[in-house]
Design a protein around this ligand. Sequence first.
Ligand SMILES: [Zn+2]
Length: 381
Amino acid sequence: MRIPDHIIEQIRSQANIVDVVGEYVQLKKAGRNYLGLCPFHKEKTPSFNVNAERGMYKCFGCGKGGNAITFVQEHLHMTFPDAVKHLATKMGIPIPEEEVEDPTGMTARRDAARAALREAADFYRKTLSASDGAPVRTFYERRGFSADIQERFGLGAAPAAWDHLLTHLEANGFTRQHLEDAGLIIVKDDGKVYDRFRGRAMFTIRDDSGRVVGFSARTLSNDPDTPKYINSPQSMVFDKSRVLYGLDLAKRSIIEHKTVHVVEGQADVIAMHQGGFLSTVASSGTALTPDHVKLLKKYADTMVLVFDADSAGQKAMSRGIEIGLAGGMEVRCVVLPSGEDPDSMIKKNGVTAMSDLLAQAMPWMTYQTERFKKEGALSDP
Ligand SMILES: [Zn+2]
């Protein structure tokens, strides 16, 4: 989809550069311009100039300069069309998109799958507050997730039924092909079709720009034969090796601190955000991949791995160190007290204890030396 030129021109000329930059940089009036600390290089005295009349910014330290659109592109790491859309939304300018050629129909299919996922996320949200959602509501309450955090993360509930989502989405004009593309239904060999997620707590997975790309569904049952989590399958809109849970919400804080906290699970991400640790993300249904690190490298220089003390956690730590270093990150490690995950740790010891623990994150080399020592690998023969 192409954005018409006159809309781009309208945004370029009408965007208030002081507001756009001011959302991320503290600006002080200095003569006819505004001045602040440059967000693109480290500095202690402000050399970042914003000219309201011309709608331009310029840093006299590192030389970066441009208009509102380039600022959004550079600072939020967006493509040009995404930056234009971002500003258009803020300015309340609707974007009529021009039709583009789509000979294979793949673009249309992908768009429909995305729309179906968005609608499904709404459906699960609504189910959560309906009578069907009572068991899941209780589950979230027991975990201590506040109403605000449930809203921010788009937590929902899948009804314990075979086809409620299917019926709802078909009534809204989606075809079975769309729903299959979106990974929302299961089609059996005999042609029978039913909802993939049933009677589960629904964690909405969004990409770094906030688009719904899939779900992770947790069972409420204690039956050891029931898988704890079911995730959306890989699809034309969901590649789990490239999506990090919570990144859409964490992005701003990560950019600000140039540091990201990586935890093991989705519930950990939510607990961390609720505790005010806003730079936290996790991989969803897969170990950390080189593509994850590449994605994070756009926003951060330092990766802090916050993993459990158990052997699975320590294995994940070693892998995280390896992949992080290969991706050019500075890697630091936090080992949680034995038997704790971030959620239980914050509940038991409080936010201050967690923040102390993060402040004491070890350089990866120290972590590995200590681990080898503990395992006896460095002891004298
Ligand atoms: Zn600069």
